[in-house]
Write a protein that binds this ligand. Structure first.
Ligand SMILES: NC(=O)C1=CN([C@@H]2O[C@H](COP(=O)(O)OP(=O)(O)OC[C@H]3O[C@@H](n4cnc5c(N)ncnc54)[C@H](OP(=O)(O)O)[C@@H]3O)[C@@H](O)[C@H]2O)C=CC1
Ligand SMILES: CC(=O)C(=O)O
Ligand SMILES: [Mg+2]
Length: 624
């Protein structure tokens, strides 16, 4: 006997609804009128509810991506089959392990394939976290989490959501950095698509090899600047995988619509090229036209395969490509560079929040950055933009409050000729200064931000000087992973004698100084991109606009409570992140509607409730 799954909404045509039902390798299509929709569904949401919830591209009728291909555009014929028995246990989307009920074991040919005990998801979760805690080495925990993700997706996400503060440092920075460094050795099964130079001319076909057809978010890297660890080539795949698991866990974007991609154009990392276990192309990086052509083919193929409204997040590209890619595609595609834009938004949120502790307005402060790359100049520009919005000071003037130091020293006008284009707006008039400490003494910043990718660069003298210049110096050590942090929480609090307000890109444990416990915030774009992406998807937004980044910053800053301030933190804890993400999503979507960039019409009245209703929850579903 073939058992069929619950019907699901495929498309609406001529006022009728087409429902799909899967069973025994057969896709049954039923045509019904709207009035009968409620009757047809059994457990959980009605099909009508599903249809009204957020769908691909934020639209309703293309929920399964069927409508986005034009009539004359070739499509791939594909079929559904129902997993049952052994293959059901091997399917991470549907596997529930020992949580299959007696009835499900009967209906799905599972008898004898599982031991007799039936466990609840809660008990499975308790056992899993207990097992994870037995591992002393973070990389072992990472591997156990990845195994779980490949075995039982819902349990993975439930565990991650319920233990977010504990597990974020495992699936994300800092441990994901080590995982990328060792990716060749720990690689088991593909978790995303690898598109290398070998696939040139065939990228559309490669995209069609991915099992999911309706994709809403792609995180793509070319592996050249993985965190502050440099060029890790193809092994950078850990980053898109990790970022997308946060899209789901923190932002509630369904895992099936997320696609991690690594573009492999070679690597200039000689150690990897010499390593027999390296999994990528063993050649130096392609550059220039060869690189541009591959990226262009990729961008076109993505749009052709998934439509206008797929969000493409560029992640950990080196700055010599990142700015150009963003500039090239921001008017033709829905693109977002997390390192430039997401980081800017999260740091601006922290700065807005910190004004409660520091006093004054943003325009009253002076900012000094160590590092003038993607993160540094991205943040600098958004601060300047926010100042102009709030004060009507022209952008050029606002920029003068912001100074950057790169590997050659302070960015000043006498260096203008030789500066990369993204540094030029920051080349103010000043005599050359070589060292950071001298720049601190000369500029007298109230805020010091590290985006250099180089650890230990905020020395004792630097922090002490900041503390001598300011009653409450704001110090942000943003570089990841922990080994690359410009200073630790302990150093910031000790050297400033407990006066610093501190935040870092990778997390630090609370630190006790002279009887007071300081809880530093994590200034990481993980606060922003999941909610930002959700806001874009649910509203069917077609382009990213800077005002949406400002809206996200203000939404995040508004979530910092008195209790957080008392502990010295300028970011809320991650424990509330799903509520925070819904709030960010709502504000981002509201801005998109205001700007006329949102296509999901009519606009839902209560965007925050709508965002919450769109969010994936990983509790097990009942199988009939
Ligand atoms: N917390 C967060 O959410 C995020 C953190 N980051 C972290 O920020 C770091 C930088 O990333 P990104 O901006 O993309 O990298 P880039 O390579 O674009 O920029 C690095 C900048 O640091 C400068 N630099 C390097 N070494 C030194 C040094 N010894 N002294 C002074 N300046 C130096 C470089 O100078 P030059 O231009 O002269 O080469 C460059 O301007 C990484 O560690 C990354 O993990 C990034 C994004 C988000
Ligand atoms: C957090 C992040 O995106 C980075 O360090 O690159
Ligand atoms: Mg990044």
């Amino acid at each position: 006997m073939i058992s069929f799954t619950r019907p699901y909404f495929l498309r609406k045509a001529l006022g009728l609804f087409l429902l799909g039902e899967r069973g025994g390798g057969i896709l049954k299509i039923r045509v019904v009128m709207e009035s009968t929709l409620k009757e047809i569904t059994s457990n959980g949401d009605s099909v009508l509810d599903m249809k009204d919830k957020c769908g691909v591209g934020g639209g309703v009728e293309d929920m399964y991506g069927e409508d986005r291909a034009t009539e004359d555009q070739p499509i791939t014929p594909w079929t559904f089959s129902v997993a049952s028995g052994y293959s059901l246990l091997r399917d991470p989307h549907y596997n529930k392990g020992l949580a299959f009920t007696e009835a499900e074991r009967d209906a799905h040919y599972l008898r004898g394939l599982l031991p007799p005990t039936v466990l609840s998801q809660e008990l499975q979760e308790k056992r899993m976290i207990h097992n994870l805690r037995q591992y002393q080495v973070p990389l072992q925990r990472y591997m156990a989490m990845m195994d779980l993700q490949e075995r039982n997706e819902r349990l993975f996400y439930k565990l991650l959501i319920d233990h977010v503060e504990e597990l974020l440092p495992i699936v994300y920075t800092p441990t994901v950095g080590e995982a990328c460094q060792k990716y060749g050795s720990i690689f088991r099964r593909p978790q995303g698509l690898f598109i290398s130079l070998k696939e040139k001319g065939k990228i559309l076909e490669v995209l069609k090899n991915w099992p999911e057809k309706s994709i809403q978010v792609i995180v793509v890297t070319d592996g050249e600047r993985i965190l502050g660890l440099g060029d890790l080539g193809c092994q950078g795949m850990g980053i898109p995988v990790g970022k997308l698991s946060l899209y789901t866990a923190l932002g509630g974007v369904r895992p099936s619509v997320c696609l991690p991609i690594t573009i492999d154009v070679g690597t200039n990392n000689q150690q990897l090229l010499d390593n027999e276990f390296y999994i990528g192309l063993k050649q130096k990086r392609a550059t220039g036209q060869e690189y541009a052509e591959l990226l262009d083919e990729f961008m076109s193929a993505v749009k052709q395969n998934y439509g206008e409204k797929v969000l493409i997040q560029f992640e950990d590209f080196a700055n010599h490509n990142a700015f150009d890619l963003l500039a090239k595609y921001r008017t033709t595609h829905l693109v977002f560079n997390d390192d430039i834009q997401g980081t800017a938004s999260v740091v601006l949120a922290g700065l807005i929040a910190s004004l409660k502790l520091l006093g004054g307005t943003l325009a009253d402060h002076t900012f000094l950055f160590l590092g003038a790359g993607e993160a540094g100049t991205g943040i600098a520009e958004l601060i300047a933009l926010e100042i102009t919005k709030r004060t009507s000071v022209p952008l050029e003037e606002a920029r003068k409050k912001i100074w950057l130091v790169d590997s050659k020293g302070l960015v000043v006008s006498s260096r203008l000729e030789s500066l990369q284009h993204f540094k030029k707006p920051w080349a103010h008039d000043h005599e050359p200064v070589k060292e950071l400490i001298d720049a601190v003494k000369a500029i007298k910043p109230t805020v010091l931000i590290g985006t250099s990718g180089v650890g230990k660069t905020f020395t004792k003298e630097v922090v002490e000087t900041m503390a001598s210049l300011n009653p409450k110096p704001l110090i942000m050590a943003l570089s990841n992973p922990t080994s690359q942090a410009e200073c630790t929480a302990e150093e910031a609090y000790t050297w400033s004698k407990g006066h610093a307000i501190f935040a870092s890109g990778s997390p630090f444990d609370p630190f006790e100084y002279e009887g007071r416990t300081f809880v530093s915030g994590q200034a990481n774009n993980a606060y922003i991109f999941p909610g930002f992406g959700l806001g874009i998807i649910m509203s069917g937004t077609i382009r990213v606009h800077d005002d949406m980044l400002l809206a996200a910053s203000e939404a995040l800053a508004a979530q910092v409570t008195e209790e957080d301030y008392l502990k010295g933190r300028i970011y809320p804890p991650f424990t509330n992140i799903r509520k925070i993400s819904a709030h960010i999503a709502a504000e981002v979507a509201a801005k998109a509607y205001e700007l006329g960039l949102a296509t999901r019409l009519p606009r839902p009245t209560n965007l925050e409730k709508y965002a919450e209703s769109c969010m994936y929850t990983p509790v097990y579903r009942t199988y009939r």
